[in-house]
Design a protein around this ligand. Structure first.
Ligand SMILES: NC(=O)c1ccc[n+]([C@@H]2O[C@H](COP(=O)([O-])OP(=O)(O)OC[C@H]3O[C@@H](n4cnc5c(N)ncnc54)[C@H](O)[C@@H]3O)[C@@H](O)[C@H]2O)c1
Length: 250
């Protein structure tokens, strides 16, 4: 793999497991310095060990993206260890299930705190640093195909949060365009991860609704994120790329 990200400093939230780990691995393979911002410190340290072979570098920053101070602190740490910040990948997200008729108010707060408020505050902190550096930057948000079509009953709060991610991406793209900072999103279909394995969903049932007849892998998302972070995507902003094996076609 080419080292096209050599010298780039990257933050990946939720980078310890699942899609986030796949994204972090891809950036390390391409030579970047990656800060894993994750609530699960043990998993993040294990992830960093797995990625220690380089060619890029990895550092761990244990934190909850929903906490108001995380953005500023994580950006400061990234600048300290990698000398700046070029790319933010807002991947951390939770998908607890409950039909609206049975939904506890606490679930609503939790979903929005992590999936939307955290993503917005991390974006703000990253953008302030990128503007200060004056050399542009990339913000890449992980949305979901559920932003466009509900996949199942029980994910209404989640689906609305991901719809919010798509629209936040567009508005922030508009605001940051004068600074040459692009803001894009990737909307995955079903990707087999630790989080999905724990959730009460049947991957087999989803399989019938995927034209390419396989469930996605974190690598399927990581490749598109790497593209959006690369010079090949210089002229793309405010866009959401669907990566779902064709699910939204049927
Ligand atoms: N897996 C899928 O099928 C799928 C589909 C569409 C969208 N997505 C989105 O992709 C993203 C990653 O999903 P995944 O399946 O890899 O999840 P996962 O549960 O396997 O991993 C999530 C990671 O985020 C971390 N995390 C959770 N809450 C956090 C917080 N508050 N602060 C910091 N870190 C936190 C976890 O510790 C974990 O390392 C999410 O935003 C999810 O909504 C996933």
């Amino acid at each position: 793999m080419t080292e096209r990200m050599r010298g780039k400093a990257v933050i990946v939230t939720g980078g310890a497991l699942g899609i986030g780990f796949g994204i972090a691995r891809r950036f390390v393979q391409e030579g970047a310095g990656v800060l894993l911002v994750d609530l699960n410190e043990e998993a993040a340290r294990a992830a960093a060990e797995k990625l220690a072979g380089g060619p890029g570098r990895v550092e761990v920053f244990p934190a909850d993206v929903g906490a108001e101070e995380t953005g500023e602190k994580a950006v400061a740490r990234c600048v300290e260890v990698f000398g700046g910040l070029d790319i933010l990948v807002n991947n951390a997200g939770i998908f607890p299930q409950a039909p609206v008729l049975e939904m506890a108010p606490e679930l609503v707060d939790r979903v929005y705190r992590v999936n939307l408020k955290g993503l917005i505050l991390l974006s703000k902190a990253a953008a302030l640093q990128m503007v200060k550096q004056g050399r542009g930057g990339r913000i890449i948000n992980i949305a979901s195909i559920d932003a466009f079509r509900p996949s199942m009953v029980g994910l209404a709060a989640y689906d609305a949060s991901k719809g919010g991610v798509v629209m936040f991406t567009k508005n922030l793209a508009l605001e940051l365009a004068p600074h040459n900072i692009t803001v894009n999103a990737v909307a995955p279909g079903v990707i087999f991860t630790e989080g999905v394995a724990e959730a009460d969903v049947s991957v087999e049932a989803f399989l019938e609704r995927i034209p390419l007849r396989r469930v996605g892998k974190p690598e399927d998302i990581a490749g598109v994120v790497a593209f959006l972070a690369s010079a090949d995507a210089d002229y793309i902003t405010g866009e959401t790329i669907v990566v779902d094996g064709g699910s939204l076609l049927v």
